[in-house]
Write a protein that binds this ligand. Structure first.
Ligand code: MG
Length: 367
C-alpha cells in the first residue's frame, strides 16, 4: 500500500483526494494537513482516520494529537511514500521543496511551486519526482507516456466566464459575472484567473518546467472536454478527452505509474456536443500578455506576477478595483521589480514580498 500525505486536505482538491484514497485498496491515508480549518480537519480525522493530522496555524480548539506550527509540514510528510501538495498559494513551495529534498514523489496541485519556484525544482523534475495534477499538465504527462519525442504542446483554455464579451465591456464587469464559470467549478481566485487568462499564462510557465525544450501554445476551447494536446514527431496529435472532473488527474497522480485506475466518469462522446477550438484574441487579455512576458523574462518576474495577481484579484473581489485594474496592478508590480536570479527559497519569498507591497500600493492608487 502506498502511504499518502495530503497537504491542503480541506480544500477542493484535498477533499477529492481523500475520497479517492478511501475508495482504492492500493492507497492508504498517512496524513492530512490544513491551514486553519479545524472543524473540517476534525471531521476528516473521524471519517478517514489518518495516522497523522497537522495544522499550520496553531489553534486553541485543536486537541493535543494535532501537530501544529513550524513542524506541521515536516510531520505530515515524514514516513509518507507520496505527498500530494494541494496547499493554496506560495506557502506550497516550501512543502514541495521539503518533499523532493527527502527524495519523495510529489503529486503537485500547488501552482506556485513551479510558477515562482521552478528554478528550485528543476533537478527534481529531471529525476521524475514530480507528477502534475493540474488537468492540462496531467493530460500532457499521460500523453507522453511511452513516447520518446514530442514537438509541441497546446494547452486548452476555456476562456472563462467573459469569453464572449468585448474587450471594452470586460473592463467594467463585476465579480459575480466573473465567478460564474461555465465549465469548471473552482475556487474564486482561479475562476478570476481563468477570466483574465492569467491562469493559462501560469500554466504555460508550468509546462515549460515540466516538459523542457518543447514549445508551448494556447488554444481556446470553451467546452473544456479536450484537456490539452501533444504534437508528435510525425505531426500527429494526442489528447485526453472527457467531461471536466479533477478526480481524473488526482487519481492518476496518486496511482502513477502502475496502479489500477477506478472508473470516475461515465460520459460518452455523443454527450459532448460540438467541440470548438479558437485562437486566443490577445488584445482581450492584457493580463495574460503581461504574465506570459514575465514567464519569458524568468528570474524573479514569475514570482512577482503571481504575487501581484493574488493581490489584484483579492482587490477586485472586494470591489476595490475594476476588472481592468487587475492587469494594471500586475503591470505596475512587474515594472517596479529589480530582477534577481532565483537560487534559494528566500529569493522567491523576497520577490513575492516586494511584489505584494508594490501591488498593494498600485491598488491604493487605482481605488
Ligand atoms: Mg488547469
Amino acid at each position: 500500500m502506498k502511504k499518502v500525505a495530503v497537504l491542503g486536505s480541506t480544500g477542493s482538491i484535498g477533499v477529492q483526494a481523500l475520497q479517492i484514497i478511501d475508495g482504492n485498496p492500493e492507497l492508504s491515508l498517512h496524513s492530512i494537513l490544513c491551514n486553519a480549518n479545524i472543524e473540517k480537519l476534525n471531521l476528516q480525522r473521524e471519517k478517514f482516520n489518518p495516522s497523522v493530522a497537522c495544522m499550520v496555524e496553531p489553534s486553541s480548539k485543536a486537541d493535543s494529537k494535532i501537530i501544529s506550527g513550524d513542524f506541521a509540514i515536516e510531520a505530515a510528510i515524514d514516513e509518507a511514500d507520496l505527498v500530494l501538495n494541494a496547499i493554496v498559494g506560495s506557502a506550497g513551495l516550501k512543502a514541495s521543496l521539503m518533499t523532493v529534498e527527502r527524495g519523495l514523489s510529489l503529486a503537485l496541485a500547488n501552482k506556485e511551486s513551479l510558477v515562482a519556484g521552478g528554478d528550485l525544482l528543476e533537478d527534481s523534475i529531471e529525476k521524475g519526482l514530480i507528477i502534475p495534477i493540474d488537468s492540462e499538465h496531467s493530460t500532457i504527462f499521460r500523453c507522453l507516456q511511452g513516447e520518446s519525442r514530442c514537438t509541441g504542446i497546446t494547452l486548452t483554455a476555456s476562456g472563462g466566464a467573459l469569453r464572449n464579451m468585448s474587450a471594452d465591456k470586460m473592463k467594467n464587469t463585476s465579480p459575480s459575472d466573473v465567478l460564474a464559470h461555465p465549465t469548471w467549478n473552482m475556487g474564486a481566485r482561479i475562476t478570476v484567473d481563468s477570466a483574465t487568462m492569467v491562469n493559462k499564462a501560469f500554466e504555460v510557465m508550468e509546462a515549460g518546467w515540466l516538459f523542457p525544450g518543447v514549445p508551448v501554445d494556447v488554444v481556446i476551447h470553451p467546452q473544456s472536454i479536450i484537456h490539452s494536446f501533444v504534437r508528435m514527431a510525425d505531426g500527429s496529435w494526442k489528447a485526453l478527452l472527457g467531461s471536466p472532473d479533477m478526480r481524473i488527474p488526482i487519481q492518476y497522480a496518486l496511482l502513477y505509474p502502475d496502479g489500477r485506475l477506478n472508473e470516475v466518469t461515465t460520459d460518452i462522446p455523443a454527450d459532448w456536443g460540438n467541440l470548438e477550438l479558437l485562437e486566443v484574441e490577445k488584445d482581450k487579455y492584457p493580463a495574460f500578455n503581461l504574465v506570459m512576458q514575465a514567464g519569458k523574462d524568468g528570474k524573479g518576474y514569475p514570482a512577482v506576477a503571481n504575487a501581484a495577481d493574488e493581490i489584484a484579484v483579492a482587490a477586485f473581489l472586494k470591489g476595490r478595483i475594476g476588472f481592468g485594474g487587475i492587469a494594471k496592478v500586475i503591470e505596475i508590480a512587474l515594472e517596479q521589480h529589480n530582477p534577481v536570479e532565483i537560487s534559494t527559497f528566500d529569493d522567491v519569498m523576497d520577490a513575492d514580498k516586494c511584489a505584494r507591497r508594490d501591488a498593494e500600493m498600485a491598488v491604493e492608487k487605482l481605488c
